[in-house]
Design a protein around this ligand. Structure first.
Ligand SMILES: Nc1nc2c(ncn2[C@@H]2O[C@H](COP(=O)(O)OP(=O)(O)OP(=O)(O)O)[C@@H](O)[C@H]2O)c(=O)[nH]1
Ligand SMILES: [Mg+2]
Length: 245
């Protein structure tokens, strides 16, 4: 299947990235497609932001909270609920200017070994090769902390992060922690994430929602690089054509 999500008309500027418009932008999310395998994913020409993490970490709930939609992504008490890569389009007036990807979680004990290995391969391939991938949100239950599997994922994406891939660790279910526990979880995760951005998040208490929405908006709408002299200088005149003879 080769469907394309093309970049919107650049002449229509996106409104600013304040909390309110970032949340309004998130609210435009609509289901795009679902895929069990990478080759079933449509090519996407707009920034794609993936939600990854252990099963039950709260990825689907986080997408529903950020988009202010109850059942856009399928959240469940049963771990292992998300079994496909689900894509959602974002953008006003039906113009897609970003895509969110809800990925199946890893580390769910009840999954067979062969299914685990298969899924790990799909995920590694996705993280390494998906060209539209612009940012990763790694969700982590702070009561478990970043586990071995999370750290393995960090290793896989490290080269791309060094090349500019955006990265955010969201510590979910903050409502289950006291203030002091939150502060401690944040500092531990910041050490583990090697200086990457880490924030607390609670779908229940709507904690960290505005900050996350704004950050995602910024990822999808980077400020244009300041023009250099080379950009503004007149194009060199073409070399005179050699005359006959
Ligand atoms: N208290 C609390 N519970 C939450 C929060 N976010 C998610 N949950 C609960 O955690 C459970 C798992 O949430 P999901 O969003 O389905 O988790 P997931 O990471 O998508 O899981 P998989 O699809 O299995 O990978 C559900 O019972 C949610 O209600 C939160 O902020 N606070
Ligand atoms: Mg899910």
């Amino acid at each position: 299947m080769t469907r394309f999500v093309t970049a919107p008309d650049a002449s229509a500027p996106a409104p600013g990235g304040d909390a309110r418009s970032a949340l309004g932008w998130m609210h435009t999310a609509r289901f795009l497609t679902t895929a069990a395998q990478l080759n079933q994913l449509p090519a996407v020409e707009v920034p794609e932001i993936a939600f990854v993490g252990r099963s039950n970490a709260g990825k689907s709930t986080c997408i529903n909270t950020l988009t202010q939609q109850k059942q856009l992504a399928f959240a469940s008490k049963k771990p292992g609920r998300t079994q496909h890569i689900n894509l959602f389009s974002l953008g006003r007036q039906g113009q897609t200017d970003a895509v969110l990807a809800d990925l199946p979680g890893y580390g769910y004990a009840a999954v067979s070994r062969s299914d685990k290995v298969r899924w790990q391969q799909v995920m590694v391939n996705y993280l390494v090769s998906r060209t539209s991938l612009t940012g990763i949100v790694l969700l982590c239950d702070p009561r478990l902390g970043l586990t071995e599997l999370d750290e393995a994922l960090l290793e896989v994406v490290r080269p791309r992060v060094e090349e500019g891939l955006k990265f955010l660790v969201l510590l979910t279910k903050a409502d289950k922690l006291t203030r002091a526990e939150q502060a401690k979880a944040l500092s531990i995760a910041r050490l583990q994430a090697g200086g990457g951005e880490v924030k607390m998040f609670s779908a229940l208490k709507k904690q960290g929602v505005e900050e996350a929405a704004q950050l995602l908006w910024q990822w999808a709408h980077p400020a244009p690089a300041p023009s250099t002299d080379a950009d503004t200088a007149p194009a060199p005149s073409p070399a005179p054509e050699a005359g006959p003879g």
